[in-house]
Design a protein. Sequence first.
Lengths: 815, 226
Amino acid sequence: MTIESVDPDDVTAADILGSAIERREDPALITGDAEYTDDIQLADMAHMSVVRSQYGHARIEDVDTSEAEAMDGVVGVYTHDDLAREDTPGEAPFNLPVGWLLPSLNDVDHPILADGKVRYQGDAIAIVVAEQRYQAADAAGAVDVSYERLDAVTDPDEALSGDARQLHADADDNVAFDWEIGDAEKTAAAFEDASHTASIELTNQLVIPNAMEPRAAVADYHPGTDELEVFMTSQNPHLHRLLMSGVIGHPEHKLRVKAPEVGGGFGSKIHHYADETLVAWCSKLLDRPVKWTATRSETYQTDALGRGHETEAEIAMDDDGDVIGLRVDTRANLGAYLSTFAPAVPTYLYGTLLSGQYDIPAIHGHVTGAFTNVPPVDAYRGAGRPEASFVVERLMNRAAHEMGMDPAEFRRRNFVPDEAFPYETQVAVVYDSGEYEKPMDEALDLLDYEDFRDRQKEAREEGRYLGVGFSCYIEACGLAPSELAGQLGAQAGLWESSLVRFHPSGTVTAFCGTSGHGQGHATTYAQIVANELGVDYDDVEIVEGDTDEIPHGMGTYGSRSAAVGGSSLVKSARKVVDKAREIAAHSLEADPDDVEFENGEFRIVGAPDRSIGIQSVAEQAYLAHDMPDDMEPGLEATSFYDPDNFVFPFGTHAAIVEVDPETGEIEFEKYVAVDDVGNQINPKIVEGQIHGGVAQGVGQALYEGAEYDDNGTLLTGSMQDYAVPKAEHVPEMDTASTVTPSPHNPLGVKGVGEAGTIAAPQAIVNAVTDALEPFGVDHIEMPMTPERVWRAVDASATADGGHDPEDGTADGGDR
Amino acid sequence: MYVSNRHSKGETRRMNFNGTFELEDTTIEEVWLALSDPVLIADALPGCEYLLHVESDDVDFTELSDRADERDAELTGDPEAIAERAFRQGEWYAGQIQVSVGPVNPTFETVVHIDERDQPRMSASGEGSSGDSSFEMSSGMELHETDDGGVAVEWETDADVFGKVAGMGQRVINPVANRLVKRFFGDVQSTLRELQLAEADTPTPAEDEEGGIVDRLLGRSSSNSS
């Protein structure tokens, strides 16, 4: 069911939108021709290395830089004291700001170099600048830091227990925030009325984003003009410019942030870290270019983690199996400091999705954020929504079992019905559009579900354990509108800006404030613009990721680029067409109202032979020899597009697995992904996003997890110890789509970048527990390593007195 | 050797190494004697440059290195000579130990405190630091006679490892620890043979034995904390 790629030469502008054309960016990326930040070499460039805390929690008694300073090639060694000095750039406090506030938020200081205390292993203490990279690294090793080690805490429940060492003086009991959503009383009443309830306790483990390209920055300060250029691995250059400008006190209009090619981010390159800012500070201090590239170990130690929830959740049903209430209590691990959007992730990006695809009349969610001695935790592919979907879909499985109903049918009877859209949930959002049964039906078809249940039964009789798991996920993409985001605490608008510019020769450059880093925007955006303007796809070039070139922008995250950036391009292109129409009418000596535009041609209504192409209009607009009265020359338009609402993609993923209870090994027999992401700009790219997303979801379900010891030392700090799935670990996928256009944007798109990651983990956990039902196994924490699976089977077998499920008559016990 | 690092919630996550090493054809007294000698320990421990008695845990390692160069560090089979320099309960010892862990070769400035010394049990705790790595540990061991005329050393170490070395990951650290322990006991075994401690007058811990050297050696006397 793989989608075949199409050569763009075989597609006309009119058909380009929605075609599975090949990605135009790939040749440069796969031949090594593309330029990444670390490829940048500037004359006289120095290199920065960071001295990092070896402890998860410690007081710094002294930093002796003398030996490092005396080493070959060392330009300087700097600590927090040097930042604050009067003869160095910027002014104290040199704290990283948080970009999302909550009423109860303890907005603790986050210094870019440790100010007397370190709070996670990897926290920056000093920086070394040297002529060569190796010299900087060697000298960093020679900086002598005297520590007083303090007790560390890495688990949010332990951090909040009152017994743990406090990280920040002004965050009592390590509470970062206390937040709730929904109606507690109404939900309590629903549970009192319930005839059945089910509950679950689960951990959504910390994961490390693992972008292929490590974070990096090159800063180049020009003292003559006071201009500071920073090339860096960024998902949102304009946002980084704003934040960096504040931290180091450099005027925003004299700061250029450019993202060269960026090799993946998955959220980890949204946030503003200390390192990139320190590179900029060094370049200003030294009047020369400075580069820093994270080592892979630094990537593991300092990239913002994802997930990190401890949750208890309950669901209430009436006699018929209708869900009548749901409540959730979560303790979210925020790490040592508040990263850029950290407060939003376990609150508004999590609690608002607790209704799933279901019509639930009473919901209450309570979340406590905890400071712990791990790196800051922030958005990671899905950001809050995978955690929500995981809780809801695990609970739906438990609930179906409690009701004695088939898990697919139980879900179906509780879906928000088609006619209920737009549907207002009990957790503050309005779903735009949906037909939730369609992907479910398609998935059941692809699974051959009825047949599977027979096969499952037969297999059990042979002592083989097959299981199926469903995940009917929903996500919210393109967080909007800005007014709402502001009310919820965002310290930024969430619109998107673009500029569409015709050149005199008729070719087009379109600039967009999103910042792709592997998503294929150069292709999909060109499809959108070519389609709107009726010009050849090859005549359209896309520019992203440079604050000097692009009017403004909010960046790429939260599956927002197509829905918000793409819509902004549509808006700009339409403005261009409007102006071109007036010029065309002038040239055709007609009233603009009588001029129609189709396939790149302006025609007088009723006189189709009198026409002029938009590319000729562009030439005229720049010649400006004969323009309508009062019209400015040129043909370009800028727009700021602020969406009316989120968009809500949805779908059903399902996995069939076989589990070997003797060894704990899990094998995929089938993985089905049916996604409704609204209209598709490029089905091949949609499919690729689903594949990649599911791979990351498989990673969380089976392999990945950041493990720390009691001192906050990372135990999984290398590719050897932290397992991301390899190709052989990712199942063959049957992918299919349904299409329910979003009514909120001109493209009718919903967003696809995170869907697979949101959907996959719970499909797999549900499948494994279904397979192990005869053993009474009802939950296994992720990652479901063979050891954990084996232990779960072993523990259940022991608990029920050595009951042998292999006699084929097992009823599954209490699940 | 068993090394555990897997944990589930609530369990402690300190690294634990433990094992039993069997030395053939020897007695508890001989092994106790050998393991009481800082010179023998320093010699047997791979990468250990010296191990010297110090007054407290606040150690000037530059000065200590000079002292190490001047000292008499001959291995000996003479119980009296060993008794003179044997570990004493409640005292501090410091040494410099280089360890190769993957691509890094940190030299740890290490200070150890002898927590308990009471034949056949000894326990110690300590910490070591290099520029970008450090460790804290507590160790214990107990000697048993084996059925076939040898001695089993049952040992256990709990350790916390920090910094760059910790970042190498368990898969790198565990084999290193394993190798160190094997080489250490292997060396102890061959040193025992070379020094022919077995042929020396084996002190027997009998009640009527004169006090002094033997008692001090066996960690039984209170006079060892002078």
